[in-house]
Design a binder for this molecule. Structure first.
Ligand SMILES: NC(=O)c1ccc[n+]([C@@H]2O[C@H](COP(=O)([O-])OP(=O)(O)OC[C@H]3O[C@@H](n4cnc5c(N)ncnc54)[C@H](OP(=O)(O)O)[C@@H]3O)[C@@H](O)[C@H]2O)c1
Length: 226
C-alpha cells in the first residue's frame, strides 16, 4: 500500500490531500498542530493523526522517529501568509512577524523535508513535494507582501540547493504553486477549489522526475519562471 505524510493536514489544501489520498486507499500520515480538535480530519476515518508544529524542530524530529516505516510521498504543505499587507510593505516592515513567517514557510518546511528524507529513501515512490507560491517568483512579481514572498523565494532556493543531493538518493523533489485556491489563506474569491488543486497536484507529484534541477510547477503542470 502507498503512503503519504502531509503537514498542515487539518484544513485547506492539506486537508484535501488527506481526503483524496485516503479515498485512493493510501496510508495517510496527517500531521497538524492540534490533531484532537481537527474535526474534519478526524471525520475522514482511517487516517493516522500526528501532532507537529513545524516551528518546533524537536516535534518534527520526534514524529520522524515515531514513524519507523517507509513513506512514499512527503508533502510539506504547512504555511502562513503573515501579517496584514500594510505591515509587509517597505517603510513599515514588521521584522518580528517576518521572522515568524520564515520559521514556518522556510525553516520549518525545509526541516520537515530533511527529517523525512530517510523515510523517502526506504519508500518505493520517493517523491518530496513542497508547497511554494507564485508569489515567490522574482521574475513575476507585482510587489507587496514581502514577508510571504521572500519566504517562498528562499524556500524555492533551499529546495533547488538540495535537489542534487536528493536526486543522488533517488528522491524526486517538486516545488509547486498550487494555484489561487479557495481556502482560509486564498479567500473565497480564489479561482479554484481545493479539489481541483489537489487533483492536479497529485498528478504532478506522481510524475515528478529525479533531477538536480526541478522545475517550478503549477498544479496543472505549467512551468513558472523563478
Ligand atoms: N490558498 C492559496 O491560494 C495558496 C496559493 C499559493 C500557495 N499556497 C500555499 O499552500 C499551502 C497551503 O495553503 P492553504 O491555502 O491550505 O492555507 P490555510 O488554509 O491557511 O492552511 C494552512 C495550514 O498550515 C498549517 N500551519 C500553519 N502554521 C503551522 C505550524 N507552525 N505548524 C504546523 N502547521 C502549520 C495550518 O494549521 P493551523 O490550523 O494549526 O493554523 C493549516 O493547516 C501553504 O504553504 C501556502 O503558502 C496557497
Amino acid at each position: 500500500m502507498s503512503s503519504v505524510l502531509i503537514t498542515g493536514a487539518n484544513r485547506g489544501i492539506g486537508l484535501e490531500f488527506a481526503r483524496q489520498y485516503a479515498a485512493s486507499g493510501w496510508t495517510v500520515h496527517a500531521a497538524c498542530r492540534q490533531p484532537h480538535s481537527a474535526g474534519e480530519l478526524n471525520a475522514l476515518g482511517g487516517i493516522r493523526l500526528h501532532e507537529i508544529d513545524v516551528t518546533d524542530h524537536n516535534s518534527i524530529d520526534a514524529l520522524a522517529a515515531k514513524i519507523d516505516e517507509p513513506i512514499d510521498v512527503v508533502i510539506a504543505n504547512a504555511g502562513v501568509m503573515g501579517p496584514r499587507s500594510d505591515q509587509q510593505s517597505f517603510g513599515s516592515f514588521d521584522y518580528e512577524a517576518w521572522r515568524a513567517v520564515m520559521e514556518v514557510n522556510l525553516y520549518g518546511t525545509v526541516h520537515t523535508c530533511e527529517a523525512f528524507t530517510p523515510h523517502l529513501e526506504k519508500g518505493d515512490q520517493k517523491k518530496l513535494a513542497v508547497l511554494s507560491s507564485k508569489m515567490g517568483s522574482i521574475a513575476d512579481t507585482s510587489g507587496g507582501l514581502a514577508h510571504y514572498r521572500t519566504s517562498k523565494t528562499a524556500l524555492n532556493m533551499a529546495i533547488m540547493a538540495s535537489a542534487a543531493g536528493l536526486a543522488q538518493k533517488g528522491i524526486a523533489a517538486g516545488i509547486f504553486h498550487p494555484g489561487w485556491v479557495q481556502t482560509d489563506m486564498g479567500g473565497p474569491s480564489a479561482l479554484i477549489t481545493t479539489e481541483e488543486c489537489v487533483t492536479g497536484l497529485r498528478q504532478q507529484i506522481a510524475g515528478l522526475p529525479v533531477t538536480a534541477k526541478p522545475d517550478f510547477l503549477t498544479f496543472d503542470g505549467e512551468v513558472l519562471s523563478w
